[in-house]
Design a protein around this ligand. Structure first.
Ligand SMILES: Cc1cc2nc3c(=O)[nH]c(=O)nc-3n(C[C@H](O)[C@H](O)[C@H](O)COP(=O)(O)OP(=O)(O)OC[C@H]3O[C@@H](n4cnc5c(N)ncnc54)[C@H](O)[C@@H]3O)c2cc1C
Length: 417
């Protein structure tokens, strides 16, 4: 009988784990409580944090060569159908903070400035709160990458919004309007006019508004004859909606059962099928359900500090009227499980006071030391944390918090489960 694998968490790590376990013939169920980091992030697909890539490039005086993806990761990305991960060079994406930064890959709606040379990029003026085309165009033109490649960004008037409410609706709602082919054709006409009015350009850069169910930028670019794409925003981009749509389609295509539920605890089973499941190497207790789910193995892909898998739990939280009973690591896994939470690189080895760590000092990376967001998580041997319990993605202590790192550990956990 096929092994039964329960994946907890439906971010990119849980998805990669489910895909990988399913490829090996397992029966796979994914249970998730809702959104995590993957659904909050903006569509940049990094392997290592981009600041490190840029710093190394500055030291070397040239761009770092981009290593190709492992074959399984490339196959997974191809089946997901959401990202472009170039084979040789990193993509270059524009952020709404006015930077142009490298990314190993990108959601296909984001504009890749990498292939452009000696040309103008139009930045339409769109009357929305977080989009100041004039300031952005000036900042991008001043970026070292743009200067080295001869790129100039030009703010232009183009009626991108069709209805008054679109000045204030959420990015995701505006993006969803471009899932409608008729609306996309309307936009195409306006972009044609903008191009003509400007006397031509090499690309058009917009905000995060080009599709919620799928990236619409490629279809638009093909019809316009000029690349059109989104800038990257910090959090809450429609890229998260596009990930969820692509994820659900992939899970359905590979016949993985998906269900909603918040897991409260994971425990070792008695191995005799007592829970009535097909085998119960591990039992999973879900909020509001009396009977635990049973599986041969469980993959914890519940995210880290940013995604909710790890919670900030300083010692004073359990304190009485005076002081906490003892100093303790100020973090806890958000579900009960027989695994050890740790801080792989020692950022919290010493708790500085009974009131917990000085978060303003330890939350962010400093020099070679990881910040709390990366450092804290489940301690593992590779991806194994306890018998029958594997861990993937941002739940693992001490790894880079990037999309491709979550893919790597997810694929591995799925293969080893
Ligand atoms: C704002 C932001 C910007 C980012 N920018 C970038 C970037 O530019 N480039 C890059 O490469 N990476 C970026 N990242 C990091 C990257 O998105 C994450 O490292 C990666 O998505 C982690 O994926 P994951 O599957 O491990 O966790 P998550 O995506 O957090 O998934 C966790 C899943 O577990 C579920 N879950 C949690 N607890 C329970 C429970 N008790 N029961 C059931 N389900 C549960 C959640 O609902 C969710 O489905 C960013 C992250 C954030 C938050």
């Amino acid at each position: 009988m096929a092994r039964s694998i329960l994946v907890i968490g439906a971010g990119v790590a849980g998805l990669a784990a489910a895909w990988s376990a399913r490829r090996r013939g397992a029966r796979v169920t994914v249970i998730s409580a809702g959104v995590g980091e993957t659904a909050l992030a903006g569509g940049a697909v990094d392997d290592v944090p981009w600041e490190q890539v840029e710093r190394a490039g500055r030291l070397l005086g040239s761009d770092l060569p981009a290593g190709d993806l492992a074959p399984a990761a490339r196959q997974f990305a191809a089946e997901l159908g959401l990202w472009d991960v170039p084979h040789a060079a990193a993509a270059r994406i524009a952020t709404v903070a006015g930077r142009i930064r490298p990314a190993r890959g990108r959601d296909r709606a984001l504009l890749d400035l990498g292939p452009l040379r000696r040309t103008r990029v139009l930045v339409p003026r769109v009357p929305r709160a977080a989009w100041d085309a004039d300031a952005l165009a000036e900042a991008f033109t001043d970026e070292p990458f743009a200067r080295a490649r001869g790129l100039r960004f030009l703010p232009v008037d183009a009626p991108f919004l069709r209805f008054d409410d679109e000045r204030g609706i959420a990015d995701g709602d505006l993006a969803a309007r471009h899932d409608d082919p008729a609306r996309l054709s309307w936009l195409l006409e306006r972009l044609h006019q903008a191009l003509e009015g400007a006397g031509g350009a090499g690309a058009i850069l917009l905000g995060p508004w080009l599709g919620a169910r799928a990236p619409r930028a490629e279809a638009l670019s093909a019809r316009l004859g000029v690349p059109v794409g989104e800038a990257l925003i910090g959090a809450g981009s429609p890229a998260g909606l596009r990930f969820e749509a692509a994820r659900d389609a992939l899970l359905a295509a590979i016949e993985v059962t998906q269900r909603h539920g918040r897991v409260r605890a994971v425990a070792a089973g008695d191995g005799r099928g007592a829970a009535g499941g097909p085998g119960d190497g591990v039992l999973v207790h879900v909020d509001g359900e009396d009977v635990p789910l049973a599986a041969d193995a469980v993959i914890l892909a519940i995210g880290g500090l940013a995604g909710g898998g790890v919670a900030y739990a300083p010692p004073e939280r359990g304190a009485g009227p005076d002081l906490p009973a003892r100093g303790a690591a100020p973090f806890a896994l958000s579900i009960a499980a027989p695994v050890t939470l740790g801080d792989a690189r020692g950022a919290f080895g010493v708790v500085s006071s009974m009131q917990g760590p000085e978060l303003d000092l330890v939350a962010w990376p400093r020099g070679d030391r990881l910040g709390a967001l990366e450092a804290v998580g489940v301690r593992c041997e590779g991806v194994r944390a306890a018998p029958g319990i594997l861990v993937a993605g941002a739940t693992i202590a001490g790894r880079a918090r990037t999309v491709l790192d979550a893919v790597t550990t997810g694929l591995r956990a799925g293969a080893e489960a």
